[in-house]
Design a protein around this ligand. Structure first.
Ligand code: CO
Length: 332
């Protein structure tokens, strides 16, 4: 992402970011949806009144990002500017010494989902942690986070990072983290065992996530064995997409392989088949659209140009949530 010049700002003491570790004992806090809820299933008959079809298919092509890293961007490319409330989707691949050194965020959330290797995360409020294979970090940047995201150790480090917009009333909230370790992610399974769901937000195949989504969101990591199929409800009125991580699947009537982002049209659910001879892995993500103006300048996403100008000033002068920006630099 775009790096902005850092400056020695005025120093005061902001409230440190709230960190929530989501273990098995965390109470479930989910937003109820008004839509009709049908249990996900793997039976033959599609249970949907209005099955969702693929309306757009975008190949995430590699582009340079951060310092020496590459990302495959789908949402956020010119073909798919944004998909309210989603701003950007990057599949990243990073090896030392490349990485994503110190940079700010304001006005949205980032969800980092590791597929391979690990990323060390450090922020200007003293929060530090390692996101390992299968782990998820749900970061609400709110009014301001400055952080670094760097590979931990040698080898290749891969994952997905999704940017979810915050509504105008939530853009300036205090930063917050929700951290899910791989072992604590709820798993659902189809009756025949052909489909596994790792539920990062929302619910699928009888499993539910404890993640609190300020902008109502579902995010499920599915693995389907050859010959299996799935009918997954998706709340009506929400924007939804599939990102294929590995293998080949049929989504509605559209066949897609790894690195394709498929935008789903309106409807109450999506049907997926794995007719290949290899396992299929994909994420299904849906969110309630905000319907607000989106003005983005690199890592700042607000509702107006004036608010972007303010964000840049706040970052530059170390104000309104960026108090620690000037004196901090990561140790990675
Ligand atoms: Co970042």
């Amino acid at each position: 992402m775009m790096r902005l010049k850092q400056h020695m700002g005025l120093v005061s003491s902001p409230t440190p970011a709230i960190v929530v570790r989501l273990g098995n004992n965390t109470p479930h806090r989910r937003r109820a949806t008004r839509s009709r809820i049908v249990s996900s299933s793997a039976s033959d008959a599609a249970p949907f009144e209005k099955p969702r079809a693929v309306v757009k298919k975008v190949l995430a092509q590699s582009q340079p990002e951060g310092q020496g890293a590459t990302v495959r961007r789908s949402i956020g490319r010119h073909e798919l500017r944004n998909l309210d409330p989603f701003l950007q989707l990057d599949e990243f691949t990073v090896s030392k010494p490349a990485g994503f050194p110190d940079h700010p965020h304001r006005g949205f959330e980032t969800v980092t989902h590791m597929f391979e290797g690990a990323i060390i995360h450090q922020d200007f409020a003293g929060h530090k942690g390692t996101i390992r294979t299968g782990d998820v970090q749900w970061m609400t940047a709110g009014r301001g986070i400055v952080h670094s995201e760097m590979p931990a150790g040698d080898g290749v480090h891969k994952g997905l990072q999704l940017w979810i917009n915050l509504s105008s009333k939530d853009k300036m909230i205090e930063p917050r983290y929700q951290e899910l370790e791989s072992k604590d992610i709820s798993r659902g399974e189809s009756e025949d065992g052909g489909v596994e769901a790792r539920v990062i937000a929302g619910e699928a195949l009888g499993a539910a996530s404890p993640v609190y989504t300020r902008t109502p969101t579902m995010y499920v990591d599915f693995t389907m064995r050859p010959g299996s199929h799935l009918h997954q409800p998706v709340p009506e009125g929400w924007n939804a997409f599939v990102y294929v991580v590995d293998g080949e699947g049929v989504f509605g009537r559209e066949t897609a392989t790894a690195h394709y982002c498929l935008v789903l049209g309106p409807g109450d659910g999506v049907s997926v088949w794995n007719r290949s001879t290899r396992p299929l892995r994909f994420v299904l993500v849906a969110g309630q659209p905000l319907g607000e103006p989106v003005v983005q300048h690199g890592p700042f996403v607000m509702n107006s140009r004036a608010q972007i100008q303010k964000a840049m000033e706040d970052y530059y002068y170390g104000k309104n949530g960026f108090e620690r920006a000037g004196q901090w630099s990561s140790s990675a």
